[in-house]
Each structure stands twice: as C-alpha cells, then as structure tokens.
Write a protein that binds this ligand. Structure first.
Ligand SMILES: Nc1ncnc2c1ncn2[C@@H]1O[C@H](COP(=O)(O)OP(=O)(O)O)[C@@H](O)[C@H]1O
Ligand SMILES: Cc1cn([C@H]2C[C@H](O)[C@@H](COP(=O)(O)O)O2)c(=O)[nH]c1=O
Length: 235
C-alpha cells in the first residue's frame, strides 16, 4: 500500500541526506522514482546534502501541478514507483494535496522531507498540510544541538550576528558556522529556552564576557530547593 510519509526535524538534522539515501535504496532495488525540491541552498533543480552528495531534481515552482506533472510522466511511458520531495515546507498546501492524491489514486509512494516551523516557530503552510495529511510523520533521530548542548528544537534566524523574530517567512540560507563567506542571514538551531530568551551563541558569549553579569550562570546553577524535596506551590 503506497504511503505519504513526512520526515521532519530542524535544519541540519540530515533530512536531505536521508532523502538521497531513500532514493538510493529504492532505486538500487529496481524501483523507479522522481526527485523534487524547491529553493535548495546549492541552486535550482538540485537536491543537496551537507555531507556532499547532490543529485539533480525537478524544481517545484508554486504553479507546478504535481498531479498533472507526474501523470504526464506516467502516460508518456516513465515508470514512477515513488517520489522524493525535499524542502517540502516550501510547497503550497495544494501541492501537498496533489501528492496525497498521487499516493491514493496512482499507488505512488511519496517521501517528503522538510522543516516543520519557521524562525518565528510558526508552521510553514506546506508542513502544516503534510502533518494533516501524511500517513506517518517521522522525526529524524539525529538532532541538531543548541550551543548549550541540549537538543535543538527551533530554527532561529540570525541577521548580522543578531537573532531576529520578524521578517519574511522564506529566506533561503545556511546554518551559522558553515564554510564560505559570512552571509547576512544565517540560521542557528536552539533549544526552546534559549530561543525564548533570544540567546543565540554569540549573545551568550557576549553575556559571559560582560563585566556587568555575575561570574556564574544562573541558568546552569538553578537556585536549590529545600533539602529533601521540591518546594510545593504553597511554599
Ligand atoms: N563533514 C561532516 N562530517 C560528518 N557529518 C557532517 C559533516 N557536515 C555535515 N554533517 C552532518 O550532516 C547533517 C546535515 O545534513 P543535511 O542532510 O544537509 O541536513 P538537512 O537537510 O536536515 O538540513 C548534520 O547532521 C551534520 O552533522
Ligand atoms: C527556519 C527557516 C528556514 N528557511 C530556509 C533556510 C534553508 O534554505 C531552508 C531549510 O533548509 P535545510 O535543508 O532544512 O537546512 O529553509 C526559511 O526560508 N525560513 C525560515 O524561517
């Protein structure tokens, strides 16, 4: 039975790597698939992983009807057993519905990969529709880490070194600390606590170096409760 599966997580948790692995595994077992992506960091019509693998893919523009496109491929003789859809957070809700229809009416497996939420912690419309329609949503097991060492759950946007919480939803970019030139906009994965405190790595470093702060981190040294137990709400 064909399935629509949404593989999700933060940026830099290995989604594109897994997308290419899935394609490899299925194609080497004699299945035939099509690859799709949108706004990959490496350019148009390419699906790239930070581990260095890349493969050409169809670019999903907003006006592309995925149902019509795939049906056309099949009627022109191309065998299609599965689709690998990367950066699926950028697809429109209509395109996600077209993917679901391909699963249900054409028996094609759809493996979609994308981040769940944007830098404001709001769901991308494509991811929302995928969560609503997918047979399964799987969280990737490799977690990106916050600078504090905890598992990161939020993708923060950093502009000129400063974390921001307002702006356009879509700004293609890479994670902070990637090789190459320093871009104006980059992303940094944080745990929720440090996201809420707007404390990315450089803000934490600046705070640690500031002469105005106490020489210990209250976050890491919580005020202890009474001996032998947790303080009750009544005190
Ligand atoms: N040189 C490297 N050696 C080993 N792992 C790496 C290297 N560079 C990046 N990675 C790993 O690759 C993963 C990111 O892969 P990628 O598929 O591009 O992520 P995503 O698509 O989720 O943004 C991260 O888990 C990162 O730790
Ligand atoms: C959080 C967030 C991300 N983006 C962009 C940045 C990247 O180009 C992609 C995610 O790619 P990855 O393969 O998962 O690393 O999404 C964005 O446009 N808006 C955001 O809020």
């Amino acid at each position: 039975m064909a399935e629509l599966v949404f593989f999700t997580g933060t940026m830099d948790c290995g989604k594109s790597t897994l997308a290419l692995q899935m394609d490899h595994t299925h194609s080497t077992r004699g299945r035939s698939g099509l690859l799709f992506t949108q706004h990959d960091r490496s350019g148009e019509a390419v699906l790239s992983s930070r581990l260095g693998l890349t493969k050409s893919a169809f670019e999903v523009r907003d006006d592309l009807d995925l149902w019509e496109f795939v049906v056309e491929q099949v009627t022109s003789g191309v065998r299609v057993d599965y689709l690998v859809c990367d950066e699926a957070q950028f697809y429109t809700p209509d395109q996600v519905e077209q993917l679901a229809r391909l699963v249900d009416e054409m028996g094609i497996d759809v493996f979609a990969f994308g981040i769940t939420a944007d830098f404001r912690t709001e769901l991308f419309p494509g991811s929302r529709r995928l969560i609503e329609l997918a047979d399964r949503t799987e969280q990737l097991q490799v977690r990106a880490l916050c600078w504090c060492g905890k598992a990161a759950t939020v993708n923060a946007r950093v502009v000129d070194g400063v974390m921001v919480v307002e702006g356009e939803q879509v700004v293609v970019g890479d994670v902070a600390g990637s090789e190459g030139t320093t871009p104006l906009v980059e992303y940094e994965m944080l745990c929720r606590r440090h996201y809420m405190r707007r404390m990315n790595a450089s803000a934490a470093r600046a705070q640690a170096l500031s002469p105005d702060v106490l020489p210990f981190d209250l976050d890491l040294c919580p005020i202890p409760g009474p001996p032998g137990g947790r303080p009750s709400a009544e005190g």
